[in-house]
Design a protein around this ligand. Structure first.
Ligand SMILES: *Cc1c(COP(=O)(O)O)cnc(C)c1O
Length: 365
């Protein structure tokens, strides 16, 4: 039996007619750049999260970058990020001309550790980017308290957490801005690149809307240094159709996580900790840990099981962030050496999960 790490074909097959009709609608309308399709999706996504405003942009990286720019963060400023994240979190800070300062993560959850973040704060720190990694939210009461006390702007990296909730409130709606990616493999994915910023601050939304469109509010009147970073009309149309399925897909991811937990209990691997009672993890990834990660990964490949590593190098060891010097962030380093992502997508079957579990059980380190 072969179990793919991800199979988007299974997600799209039942939607083919719907997506086709959407494609033809956009083709007829000619609304390719901004326009009605983008506005409708922005509205639908904001409503889904309970956020007042949204602005579609070119990618998740750009959602973070334009948010930093809109908040006036740039050269001379420092931004705290978790060392365990996808590199785009750090790259966006560098694009804005500011300095990303990696802090360590919690040794159980892999999410930003506030004690380590507190040590990283200097007079130049302007913002903190909590990353809801793997689809699990940080304790946002603690994070917001941490940021408010230090007058730091909160930019949520919710690129892996579409629909995740903490005390009933959606990821992306706690900070000044919440940033999303619609890269095809995300919980809500476009058929190409895309991203979006949500905010409750209409001024910030207006600035981002200007920045994404060459810095112009009125055509050919460029008020600032803008970019070409927009969500395509076609992608917005596809995303609006797919948004209707997001909750069902997230429920299935949670069911799959429960099946994994049951099947893997007692085996010599560390399972992802269960989220607190009143929070909803959306399992963008199902990440286990093993001190024999690389050999376990080879063994699973031989059993036909696709896996991933999210992520192999912590940010403070990344060449692009060479300014970090020789700090030690032990929990991040440990995660990077031990994490292994198992197949996780809504359409994964119970039979496939059993095969993954049996394959892990037959591993001899
Ligand atoms: C995917 C991702 C991004 C970047 O999104 P893109 O759309 O690929 O630019 C940023 N941060 C995290 C945590 C991500 O997973």
């Amino acid at each position: 039996m072969k179990v793919p790490f991800l199979d988007l074909g299974r997600q799209h097959a039942p939607l083919t007619e719907e997506l086709d009709a959407g494609f033809r609608r956009v083709l007829r309308s000619g609304d390719f750049i901004l326009g009605k399709e983008v506005e409708s999706f922005e509205k639908a996504f904001a409503e889904h999260l309970g956020a007042p405003y949204a602005a579609g942009v070119g990618s998740g990286t750009e959602a973070l970058h334009l948010s930093l720019r809109a908040l006036g963060i740039g050269p001379g400023d420092e931004v705290i990020i978790p060392s365990l994240t996808f590199a785009a979190t750090a790259l966006a800070v560098l694009h804005a001309g500011a300095e990303p300062v990696p802090a360590d993560v919690d040794p159980d959850t892999g999410l930003l550790d506030l004690a380590s973040a507190a040590k990283a704060v200097t007079r130049r720190t302007r913002a903190v980017i909590p990353v809801h990694l793997y689809g699990r939210m940080l304790d946002m009461d603690a994070l917001m308290d941490f940021a408010v006390r230090r007058h730091l702007a909160v930019i949520e990296d919710a690129c892996q957490a579409h629909g995740a909730r903490f005390h009933g409130k959606a990821a992306g709606t706690f900070g000044r801005v919440g940033c999303f990616s619609f890269y095809p493999s995300k919980n809500l994915g476009a058929l190409g690149d895309g991203g979006l910023v949500v905010t409750s601050d209409s001024t910030l939304r207006d600035i981002i809307v200007k920045l994404r469109n060459y810095g112009q509010k009125v055509k050919y009147h460029h008020e600032g240094i803008g970019y070409n970073s927009r969500l395509d009309g076609l992608q917005a149309a596809m995303l609006r159709l797919k948004l209707k399925h997001l909750e069902t897909w997230n429920l299935r991811r949670r069911r799959n996580a429960r099946l994994y937990h049951r099947a893997l209990k007692g085996l010599p691997v560390v399972l992802p900790p269960e989220p607190p009672e009143d929070s909803q993890h959306v399992y963008h990834l199902f990440v286990i840990r093993s001190p024999h990660r690389d050999r376990l990964r080879d063994h699973l490949a031989k059993c036909g099981v696709g896996t991933g590593i999210h992520y192999p190098i912590p940010m403070h060891r990344m060449e692009a962030l060479s300014k970090c010097g020789r700090v030690r962030l032990p929990a991040s380093e440990r995660f990077c050496g031990e994490v292994l992502s198992l197949p996780m997508f809504p359409e994964l079957t119970a039979e496939e999960i059993r095969h993954v579990a049996r394959s892990i059980e037959s591993f001899r380190p």
